[in-house]
Design a protein around this ligand. Structure first.
Ligand code: ADP
Ligand code: MG
Length: 284
C-alpha cells in the first residue's frame, strides 16, 4: 500500500466572496507501513486534506493515487475507498448512535456486506484492540461510558473495518493527560499489529516526535515541509513563524543554546535531552 498526493488543490465556495483556498498544490508520498504525522496551524488545511483521502471531498485539481488507482476519478466508488481507508473524525464520540456498544462497532463492518459471523469476530477484536472488555461492554449503551472510553469505542468502529490506512484527525483533543497517553499508545500498538499506514493529525509535538516516521507540515494550504521528526524539528525558526513549536525537550535545548552555551539541539525526548545536557556540561 502506498499513497501519492499530486498537485492537490481544493477551494471552498469558489467564486463567492468568502471563497477559501484550503489546499494549494499539495504534493507528498506515503510508503507502506509508515506512521505519518501532519502538523499545521488551525486553518492550514489538515482536515480538508484528510477528507480527500477517503473520498469525502473531491479536489479542484490534482490526484490521490492509492496503490496505483486514482481515487479522485469519478468512476471510483466511495464504498471501495472506505473499505481501505478508515477516517476517525475529530470528536468521533459524537457519532455514536446505536443502543449497544457492540451494535455501534458493528455498523461499519455490516455496511461492508460481511457475514454476521465475520462482523461479530471483528467487533470483538476491535473492542479488544482499543483496550476494552468486549464481554463486559457489548450489551451496554455507549452513552454510559466516559468521554475517553466513548472515543475508544468510536475508534473501534473504524478499526473493525480493518482499514489498510487509518487516519485520525486530532484524536486526543479534549482528553485528560492519562486518556491522551493511553489513546496514543493504543493507536501505536494497533499500527504495529495491523501493519497499516497510520496518519495522525496532532498539535502535540511530543507525540509527533515519539510515534511518527515522517512528518508533513501544512501552512496556508501548502505542504511546506516533509521529513523525519528529527529533520522537521531542526527547523524551529520556520515552525515558530508558522505558529508551531518543537517538542518541549527540544525547546529546552534551543533555549540553553540561546544563552550562549554550545549544546547539541537534536534531541526529541527527555532521555536524549539529558544526554545532550550532560555532554555540554562535560565540555566546560
Ligand atoms: P485545519 O484542519 O488545518 O484547521 P481546515 O481544513 O479545517 O484546516 O480548513 C482549511 C481552510 O478551509 C480554512 O481557511 C477554513 O476556514 C476553510 N474551510 C474549512 N471547511 C470549510 C467549509 N466547509 N466551507 C468553507 N470553508 C471551509
Ligand atoms: Mg482540522
Amino acid at each position: 500500500m502506498s499513497i501519492q498526493i499530486k498537485n492537490l488543490t481544493h477551494i471552498y465556495s469558489e467564486g463567492m466572496a468568502y471563497e477559501a483556498v484550503a489546499l494549494d498544490d499539495v504534493n507528498f508520498q506515503i510508503e507502506d507501513g509508515e506512521f505519518v504525522g501532519i502538523i499545521g496551524h488551525t486553518g492550514s488545511g489538515k482536515s480538508t486534506l484528510l477528507q480527500h483521502l477517503n473520498g469525502l471531498l473531491k479536489p479542484k485539481t490534482g490526484s490521490i493515487i492509492i496503490n496505483g488507482t486514482d481515487i479522485t476519478n469519478k468512476n471510483i466508488s466511495l464504498h471501495e475507498i472506505r473499505k481501505k481507508i478508515g477516517l476517525v473524525f475529530q470528536y468521533p464520540e459524537y457519532q455514536l448512535f446505536e443502543e449497544t456498544i457492540a451494535k455501534d462497532v458493528a455498523f461499519g463492518p455490516l455496511n461492508l456486506g460481511l457475514s454476521e459471523e465475520e462482523v461479530q469476530e471483528r467487533v470483538k477484536e476491535a473492542i479488544g484492540l482499543v483496550g476494552m472488555n468486549y464481554e463486559e461492554l457489548k450489551d451496554r449503551s455507549p452513552f454510559e461510558l466516559s468521554g475517553g472510553q466513548k472515543r475508544r469505542i468510536a475508534i473501534a468502529g473504524v478499526i473493525a473495518m480493518r482499514p489498510e490506512v487509518l487516519i485520525l484527525d486530532e484524536p486526543t483533543a479534549g482528553l485528560d493527560p492519562k486518556s491522551h497517553k493511553e489513546l496514543l499508545h493504543m493507536v501505536y500498538e494497533i499500527h504495529k499489529s495491523q501493519k497499516n499506514i497510520t496518519i495522525l493529525v496532532s498539535h502535540n509535538m511530543r507525540d509527533i516526535a515519539n510515534f511518527t516516521d515522517k512528518v508533513i507540515v501544512m501552512d496556508k494550504g501548502k505542504a511546506v515541509l516533509t521529513g523525519t521528526p528529527k529533520e522537521i524539528f531542526r527547523e524551529r525558526e520556520k515552525l515558530v513563524e508558522m505558529g508551531l513549536s518543537v517538542p518541549p525537550a527540544t525547546e529546552i535545548l534551543y533555549q540553553i543554546r540561546e544563552k550562549g552555551i554550545n549544546i547539541d539541539t537534536d534531541a526529541l525526548n527527555i532521555d536524549e535531552a539529558v544526554k545532550s545536557i550532560v555532554a555540554a556540561l562535560g565540555e566546560k
